[in-house]
Design a protein. Structure first.
Length: 66
């Protein structure tokens, strides 16, 4: 699949572990959302992208644990 930024076909998919947290001091009281996506990385321009599963996306929308 071509890169969404530079359209290069020199991309590769990796497994990832990402902890997403809300910004600022108020974010300290909100849950950290952990996702383990497949990340597509462009080996030419370094653009990377991934999708967040629906259950974790709900946590980001509503600020409540899944």
């Amino acid at each position: 699949m071509p890169c969404n930024s530079c359209r290069s076909i020199n991309t590769r998919t990796f497994g990832g572990e990402i902890g997403m947290h809300f910004p600022g001091l108020k974010g300290l009281d909100r849950p950290i959302v952990f996702v383990f996506p497949k990340i597509q990385v462009c080996l030419d321009c370094s653009f990377a992208g991934f999708q967040i599963p629906e259950s974790e996306l709900q946590v980001l929308r509503q600020d409540v644990p899944a």
